[in-house]
Write a protein that binds this ligand. Structure first.
Ligand SMILES: C[S@@+](CC[C@H](N)C(=O)[O-])C[C@H]1O[C@@H](n2cnc3c(N)ncnc32)[C@H](O)[C@@H]1O
Length: 264
């Protein structure tokens, strides 16, 4: 095994991140950025550095799993979810099951929960469960806490903030319990199968597959197809693509917003 292979084996073993799930170019770029910051020239240098400096492991984890997210990211998609997807789903069933895969620090599942909470307030017969998962335990812990600084709240209306958050004396905003109750956060590696036994109505997996190679994207879409109930929805990030081979699994519902429906 060459030095790159040895480094990858060490990372997979210690961080539990399956590097083979990612494009090799992506992994190399991230590694080189950490190597530059730690003055390591070769992969072997960096492996030795990691072994001697455990604190570097967390920095590497953050570099490999970029966690950028925001409330109502791509607001048009959320308009579609609110006006068309949820209303279509609740005509068929009163309890909705949603999987937000790769949820990062929680802004995505909390955005969905805000829409659902308003829907439930209008129609108390409706109930919902959002399963929010991420491979990165650090971001997941932040998501569970639901504590956000003012700069992350810019896309939220005054009314949304008032109804769903409590402003703390230090200026940060705390998610209210009624939103938290709609979400179950848990750690999960997307490469390890479906963590939910329930048939799902909607899966959002947005801005996650950009790091995956074609083969992994394929198995992910097959996995989502199996996890969705009949005519369930799958939403990916606006810059992501379904591989050709998957066109027989999903049909486009709104191609621009990257919303698909499971073909039965
Ligand atoms: C860019 S964020 C996207 C967050 C949110 N979905 C959004 O669109 O705003 C990507 C997230 O995917 C997570 N991720 C990357 N690889 C993963 C994997 N194999 N399994 C689960 N989550 C993964 C990262 O930890 C990160 O939090």
């Amino acid at each position: 095994m060459d030095d790159f292979g040895l480094l990858i084996r060490f990372i997979e073993h210690t961080l539990g991140i399956r590097c083979s799930s990612y494009k090799e170019d992506y992994i190399k770029r991230r590694l080189l950025s950490r190597m530059r910051s730690t003055n390591c020239v070769t992969y072997q240098d960096y492996l030795n550095y990691l072994k001697a400096n455990p604190a570097e492991l967390e920095k590497l984890r953050n570099a490999l799993t970029i966690n950028v997210t925001e409330f109502f990211r791509d607001s048009d998609v959320y308009e579609l979810i609110k006006k068309e997807i949820f209303s279509s789903l609740i005509q068929q069933r009163k309890r909705l099951h949603i999987w937000c895969a790769g949820c990062s620090t929680g802004e995505e599942p909390y955005s969905l929960a805000m829409i659902l909470s308003d829907l439930i307030a209008q129609n108390p017969l409706i109930s919902a469960q959002i399963y929010a998962t991420d491979i990165d335990q650090v971001v997941l812990q932040k998501a569970k806490e639901g504590l956000y600084p003012p700069k992350t709240m810019v896309k939220l209306s005054e009314s949304q903030i008032r109804r769903h958050f409590t402003k703390l004396p230090d200026g940060n905003f705390q998610v209210k319990p009624h939103l938290k109750e709609l979400i179950r956060f848990r750690p999960h590696d997307l490469m390890s199968g479906v963590p939910i036994a329930q048939r799902l109505d909607l899966i959002t997996c947005r801005n996650v597959t950009i790091y995956f190679n074609e083969q992994q994207k394929g198995s992910l879409a097959r996995m989502f197809h199996g996890a969705l109930g009949s005519r369930g929805f799958y939403i990916m990030g606006k810059t992501e693509y379904l591989g050709r081979t998957l066109e027989n699994l999903f049909e486009p519902y709104n191609s621009l917003q990257k919303v698909f429906i499971k073909k039965d």
